[in-house]
Design a protein around this ligand. Sequence first.
Ligand code: AMP
Ligand code: GLY
Length: 433
Amino acid sequence: MDVLVLGGGGREHALCWSLERAPSVDRLVCAPGNAGTAEVAENRDVDATDPAAVVALAREVGADLVVIGPEAPLVAGVADALAEAAIPVFGPSAAAARLEGSKAFAKDVMAAAGVATAGSWTGTDPDEAIAALAGFRPPYVVKADGLAAGKGVRICADEAEAAGAIEEAMVEQVFGEAGRRVVLEEFLSGPEVSLFALADGRSARPLVAAQDFKRALDGDGGLNTGGMGAYSPVPAVDEAMVEGLSASALTPVVAELEARGTPYTGVLYAGLVLTSAGVQVLEFNARFGDPEAQVILPRLETDLAELLAACAAGELASAPALSWDERACVTVVLASGGYPGAYETGKPIEGLDEAAAVPGALVFHAGTRRQGGQVLTAGGRVLAVSGRGATIAQARATAYRAADAIHFEGVHRREDIAAAPTGASDPTAAEQA
Ligand code: AMP
Ligand code: GLY
């Protein structure tokens, strides 16, 4: 089949890498892509968030399947436009993607589906919100309902700070429309892990768990980022737990959205907190995680295109069984200096071939572009360097060995990715490897 992938980050390079290896794929096109996707697919300079432009491109290349990587095209209704044009699409409709786009909507769906999640209050009146704080204990969690570029969640030490966060969101409207409605939430304490599932509108099939590292600096310091690294598997989340969560949290959400007339097709990404009282769902996202995709997809042995096409057709039940590489995978993000704040681009990247030559390593591009014979930095997160190995410690050593070979001016990475995997019998064992 001929496949069109939308997006241009590290996740999309991992998707293209996996699809290019899939026996069922004849032709692979990526829009807009990056210097890495250009090595495994045909890049096309088309705006992935423009529904009409995407439909035109899909028609032109005769796509049998369109795979949507990031959330922006989902929110923009690209999946709806493709469905309308009778082009098979992997990715939820704008209505179903509200699971990620509106925290209040996600809470409502979780409540209706009986999913274990933090207790919450939702409303649009600032005075009522401040009064509702009395129903919670510190630390207070104040969330803008809509998408706020990763800045919409405030963890507040006391009631005064929480009231300030409510004022900023609802009265000063620092997040614009996204903060008109707020969600107050019980604070959940414990390690965060991500679990992914494929959904075809009617049913879900769990993939595997991964853990990402959201903060910019070692020891979980600094600002929140899109993710500075990840590893999979997560020792704390075994197969039995994945099956249990599939039945208690993933399948019920797919069933609830089907019952509401907005069936969910695509990746269902559950952000989980492993609390001392059990697993709670923190949030749902409507796509693969980035950089989690860069550790999950290298482990998948099954033909990815067949799986995603089966979801698009509503026939996940008849898709091939999932087969996983038993090896672990760790990815280390190389970012531009200053990210997630201001940073410069256009820096030449050295050592890409040397890194790729490290046995077990895979170099995924994120913010890169090719100019003449050179690959230049073109974004905040520039590369995700993945390593595979028999253990997480060995995969980690491979990822860092490959990352060591790469240089560009101002490069920043964390040194502690997967150093102490959650649930490992000796969480420091990886450090000694
Ligand atoms: P979100 O934008 O929903 O992904 O939240 C960003 C981050 O805020 C999460 O990854 C958590 O680390 C933290 N967070 C959100 N909600 C809670 C909560 N109820 N309890 C504890 N931490 C939370
Ligand atoms: N790595 C977190 C995310 O993709 O949202």
